[in-house]
Structure formats: structure tokens, C-alpha cells
Ligand binder design. Structure first.
Ligand code: UFG
Length: 324
């Protein structure tokens, strides 16, 4: 089976490439390398190109017979999306549309889409299940929700099979240490904490300690990148027997505050990590925790990395020896 991985040189995409290659799939990676890394492509065949380049996409689909497509290519920073919505609508919506049109033209009918908890907006319940209203509060979330709508309509009209996976906070790295998270600039909590230990980033700042949570810092549901990738593999197999457009929330179902993450990191690295409390970061909801019962029931998905210190350990293993 030949799978096209758009964004396969990026953080989550590269872990997916590794898993599929290990499972015996043929993998082609299409990536413009704007945020991905050539060094992260250790399996499969890399085709450097952009989803906005229809000629390149057409050539890619003409020269390969893909059985399925996984789509990890996106702009994904909430703050940046508020400042540059045009960039987000162009990359995330038009890019996805171009890809889906090529699939339609070339009769490829299985699609796994990287969606996000940001499609829900401010939570109205303690944990967020698939029935929670989707009212995104930033352009990033709206671009991802727009693609979810497209997938629903394409399923109905053209029979496209799809699974949208709404990630909560992707974290950790493959335990092999061969690939991991590498963004520039880095905005995510766990890498920033670990870079502060290594003296590789700026000093650690915690964005607000006056939220309505037990310790005043934001609570998030951290999910290991390999567990996310397992869900993609299950989704791929599920579409063999299931048509329509499905969507699932992916998290561990347990929230950790920023200070709890910091404490767990201190015990993993065995050092005190200095930090300062600064202003709240615009657009951060106080709490985001998934209810992932549906994906457990329907896809038989079960996360392996359920402890925050295990997740941080794999990230530490990567950051301590990272090669890109
Ligand atoms: N935080 C800090 N200091 C930092 C970095 C983050 O205090 O240096 C805080 C944030 O304010 C937030 C928490 O740590 O409260 C987690 O922040 P991240 O940036 O790691 O992750 P987000 O929850 O903001 O965003 C992630 C993805 C988004 C996605 C969102 C959906 O990166 O793409 O989850 O839940 F939209």
C-alpha cells in the first residue's frame, strides 16, 4: 500500500512516516520544507513541493498510484494566525482544497486529516467530546474547521472517505531519539522547558498564573506523538470498511497545568528549572482536556504513553541529543 504523507518532514508527519515504513507501507513525502527538515526524512521518498503548486501536485499524482493520503502540512500557531489570517487561509484551506482536488482527479479516496482541539474554541464542559460545539476563537481553528466541512461535503457528493483527528497537545519524541520536535521559533511548552535546561532557548516564561485553575496556570492534555500516529494507522485501516467523514478527539483525557509540567520536567532532568511568570498569552483557554472515548470504542485506540513524565522523558532524550 502506497501512502502519500504531506508534511512528512515535520514533527508529527516524520513520526508517521517512521511508523508506516516500519509497518511495510510504501511512503512518499511531499513537503515544502518551510518548517519541516530534510534530516527528518529517514524513511520513504521525499518530493520537495508546495500544496499551492498545482502543476507539481498534478505531476506527483500522475507519477504515483497512491492508495491513501495523510495531510500534516499546515501553519499551526494560534498567535500567528491572528496576525496573518491570509497566510493561514491560503496554506490550510486552499492547500487542502488543492490536495483534495488532485485526489478526486486521480481516484484516491482515503484521507486522514490533522485537525485540532482549536476547532472547539472555549470549552463548555470539563472534557471535550465530539459532540461539543465547534466554535473556534482564532483563524487557525477556523481554517481547520473549514477543511472538516469540506470533507463532510466531499464524502456526501464524491464518496471521499476521511478521518479527521483533532489533536490536543502533541508532545514527546520517538524513543529511538532519531526524530523529534524542532521548531524555529519554538513556542510550545515542553520543548521550551527542556531548551531552558540546555541553555538553548530564552529563559522560560510562564504565560499567566491567574487563570481559574487549581494553581492558576493553564491546563492541557498532552498526548505522545507516537500515540497520535497509532491513531492515524488505525484510521487508515478503518476506512477500508467504513465510508463517510469521521472525526475523533485525541488526548489522554487527563490535564496537567503548566506548573505540573514544569515540576515533572524537573524530576525527569534532575535539575531545578528557573522561570518567570509573565502576562497571559492572548488566545489561551484556561483548560483543554479531551474525551477520547469514541476513538477508543470505534478504532480500538489506546494510548501507550499515559504518564506525563514518560512523555517528557522521550522529549528530553531527543532534545539532549537532537540532530536537527
Ligand atoms: N506556555 C508557557 N510558556 C511557554 C510556552 C507555553 O507558559 O514558553 C503555556 C501556554 O500559555 C499554554 C500551555 O503552556 O498555557 C501550552 O502551550 P503550547 O504552546 O505548548 O500549546 P497550545 O495549547 O497553545 O497549542 C497546542 C497546539 C496548537 C493547538 C492547540 C489546541 O500547538 O496548534 O494545542 O489545543 F491549536
Amino acid at each position: 500500500m502506497h501512502v502519500l504523507i504531506c508534511g512528512g518532514a515535520g514533527y508529527i508527519g516524520s513520526h508517521m512516516v517512521k511508523l508506516l515504513a516500519e509497518q511495510g507501507y510504501t511512503v512518499t513525502i511531499f513537503d515544502n520544507l518551510s518548517t519541516g527538515h530534510r534530516e527528518a526524512v529517514k524513511w520513504g521518498t521525499l518530493v520537495q513541493g508546495d500544496l499551492l503548486d498545482i502543476v507539481a501536485l498534478d505531476a506527483l499524482f500522475k507519477s504515483n498510484q497512491f492508495d491513501a493520503v495523510m495531510h500534516f502540512s499546515a501553519k499551526s500557531l494560534v498567535g500567528e494566525s491572528v496576525e496573518k489570517p491570509a497566510l493561514y487561509y491560503l496554506n490550510n484551506v486552499i492547500g487542502s482544497y488543492n490536495l483534495l482536488e488532485q485526489m478526486r482527479l486521480h481516484d484516491v479516496d482515503k484521507f486522514v486529516f490533522s485537525s485540532t482541539a482549536a476547532t472547539f474554541g472555549n470549552p463548555q464542559t470539563a472534557t471535550i467530546d465530539e459532540g461539543h460545539p465547534q466554535v473556534p476563537i482564532n483563524p487557525y481553528g477556523r481554517t481547520k474547521l473549514a477543511v472538516e466541512y469540506i470533507l463532510g461535503d466531499y464524502a456526501q457528493a464524491y464518496g471521499l472517505r476521511s478521518v479527521s483527528l483533532r489533536y490536543f497537545n502533541a508532545a514527546g519524541a520517538d524513543p529511538s531519539g532519531m526524530i523529534g520536535e524542532s521548531h524555529d521559533p519554538e513556542t510550545h511548552l515542553i520543548p521550551n522547558v527542556l531548551k531552558a535546561v540546555l541553555g538553548a532557548g530564552s529563559n522560560l516564561r510562564i504565560f499567566g498564573d491567574d487563570y481559574d485553575t487549581a494553581d492558576g496556570t493553564c491546563i492541557r492534555d498532552y498526548i505522545h506523538v507516537n500515540d497520535l500516529c497509532e491513531a492515524h494507522l488505525l484510521a487508515l485501516k478503518y476506512m477500508d470498511k467504513q465510508d463517510g467523514a469521521q472525526a475523533y478527539n485525541l488526548g489522554n483525557g487527563k490535564g496537567f497545568s503548566v506548573l505540573e509540567v514544569l515540576n515533572a520536567a524537573m524530576s525527569v532532568v534532575g535539575k531545578k528549572i528557573p522561570y518567570e511568570i509573565v502576562e497571559r498569552r492572548p488566545g489561551d483557554p484556561a483548560t483543554l482536556v479531551a474525551n477520547s472515548q469514541l476513538v477508543t470504542e470505534q478504532l480500538n485506540w489506546k494510548p501507550v504513553f499515559t504518564q506525563i513524565d514518560e512523555i517528557i522523558s522521550t522529549a528530553w532524550n531527543w532534545h539532549n541529543n537532537s540532530t536537527f
